[in-house]
Write a protein that binds this ligand. Structure first.
Ligand SMILES: [Mn+2]
Length: 210
């Protein structure tokens, strides 16, 4: 297509080529799982995805459950080579290919927050059932940083959860290799799990002696 900017836009099609797997649960790198969604592997349908908030008749391609299939792969590759996609990327192509022939996942598997979130009563009602959050758009938690202003808005709460997951898996390891620990001046993400450092507002990290 001579569109260098789209060189990676259709890479998700390759998922359907991985026929050594009977089922694939695909997550974008900007998706954070609040819990392991193991049950998705048991979905019998060939393809499943959650609604897109930009146009809820369409599905969002940040979380997908699929059965690899070379027939689907070659059909979608033929579309990609001809540039068939209403948005120039994978989501348009996949929606044009599958149309309504997919199993609709609950929005709780692909909650897409934004700073302009409108339906706060729904968020409060369903927030305890959220399985995964997908930070679509350019406003990624890791760009804003942990010192970005915090509020109790749904978006900032979800950013806080992203940092909590990040810290649970990576923060302690980063600190282990640091000679001089920087003072933590944020609002205080606290993780008291054994073996991890504890962070309090305006203090240095308190790490277990080991
Ligand atoms: Mn994404």
């Amino acid at each position: 297509m001579n569109r260098g900017d789209l060189h990676s836009a259709f890479t998700k099609i390759n998922l359907w080529r991985l026929v050594q797997f009977s089922k694939i649960v695909y997550l974008d790198a900007d998706v954070v799982a609040y819990r392991a969604p193991d049950e998705l592997f048991s979905i019998p349908h060939a393809f499943a995805a959650a609604p897109d908030i930009g146009w809820p008749d369409l599905f969002n391609t940040g979380v997908m459950v699929l059965t690899p299939d070379l027939g689907e792969y070659y059909a979608m590759m033929a579309m990609a080579e001809r540039g068939i996609s209403f948005d120039g990327a994978d989501q348009g192509l996949l929606n044009m290919h599958f149309k309504n022939n997919y199993h609709r996942l609950s929005f709780t598997y692909n909650v897409t927050p934004s700073a302009h979130y409108q339906y706060i009563p729904a968020y409060r009602h369903f927030q305890s059932s959220i399985n995964m959050v997908h930070f679509i758009g350019a406003n990624k938690p890791w760009f804003a940083g942990r010192h970005a202003p915090h509020s109790n808005s749904p978006f900032d709460e979800m950013v806080g959860r992203w940092w909590a997951v990040h810290d649970r898996h990576y923060r302690a390891k980063v600190l282990t290799g640091t000679a001089h620990l920087p003072a933590f001046t944020g609002t205080g993400l606290t993780n008291t799990a054994t073996g991890y450092c504890t962070f309090a507002a305006h203090g240095s990290p308190q790490c277990p002696a080991s």
